[in-house]
Design a protein around this ligand. Sequence first.
Ligand SMILES: NC(=O)C1=CN([C@@H]2O[C@H](COP(=O)(O)OP(=O)(O)OC[C@H]3O[C@@H](n4cnc5c(N)ncnc54)[C@H](O)[C@@H]3O)[C@@H](O)[C@H]2O)C=CC1
Ligand SMILES: C[C@H](O)[C@@H]1OC(=O)[C@H](O)[C@@H]1O
Length: 254
Amino acid sequence: MKLLEGKTVVVTGASTGIGRAIAIGAAEHGADVAINYARDSAGAEQCIAGIEVHGRRAIAIRGDVADPATATDFIARAVEAFGKVDVMVSNAGICPFHSFLDMPVETFERTMRVNLHGGFYMCQAAARQMVKQGHGGSIIAVSSISALVGGEYQTHYTPTKAGLHSLMQSAAIALGRHGIRCNSLLPGTILTEINKDDLADEAKRKYMEGRVPLGRLGVPEDMAGPAVFLASDMARYVTGAALLVDGGAFVNLQ
Ligand SMILES: NC(=O)C1=CN([C@@H]2O[C@H](COP(=O)(O)OP(=O)(O)OC[C@H]3O[C@@H](n4cnc5c(N)ncnc54)[C@H](O)[C@@H]3O)[C@@H](O)[C@H]2O)C=CC1
Ligand SMILES: C[C@H](O)[C@@H]1OC(=O)[C@H](O)[C@@H]1O
């Protein structure tokens, strides 16, 4: 069964990793997809090809999500191409691992701007379009298990992920009357570019794997099904919720 037939899905930071897998998963379920990407044109092209393989239309628009103008431009270009926006997946993010006591101001501020401010601008721009269209919609923020737990080298990052989930809770209230659902997706540890260096440390990787009851770290494609579910009418009464997709890592205390 195709869950997103006839829908337009927009995904930020989709040239790689989780964003790319969600964009392609949405196309597999019948959606036309607009992707935002920062710099990696080759990655964006691969994502477009992955969408088109499923017989769906795709466009890629370059832009830094930290700039509010990127969000209005992205939504306008998606509407120009496909006529509407039904689903926003705000996925773009960075996690430059760094210790707390000597965190450079620029690293802290950039992480905030990309992850939290960027997510706000993108979700707001999509919501404005959905309200104008008048037939509801679904907004998904890619938050993290890190919204729930800390990380020694992620003191600048985990607050952005908690903030995104909080944003979805408040937006769910603000937008419920318009039939727009807002939820967050909380991936556990997923093997992507964002943690390639961190997990190159064999001991760290083994430790992280050992924490997962399902016995392996995640891959980007593990996020596609949960995102498609939240985007689809199967989740028509789900809003303000957080869907943790971590192989069971969070509950594995002892
Ligand atoms: N990999 C993991 O273990 C987890 C990742 N996440 C989140 O998933 C999201 C996707 O990350 P991954 O796929 O893992 O890593 P990734 O590094 O492959 O993907 C991040 C994407 O965001 C894009 N991006 C970064 N800054 C941008 C900007 N200023 N403007 C536009 N795009 C920008 C990158 O170009 C890249 O395509 C991030 O928000 C991350 O925080 C959440 C939980 C776990
Ligand atoms: C980048 C990290 O490996 C990753 O990001 C998250 O949000 C997860 O909690 C992991 O720590």
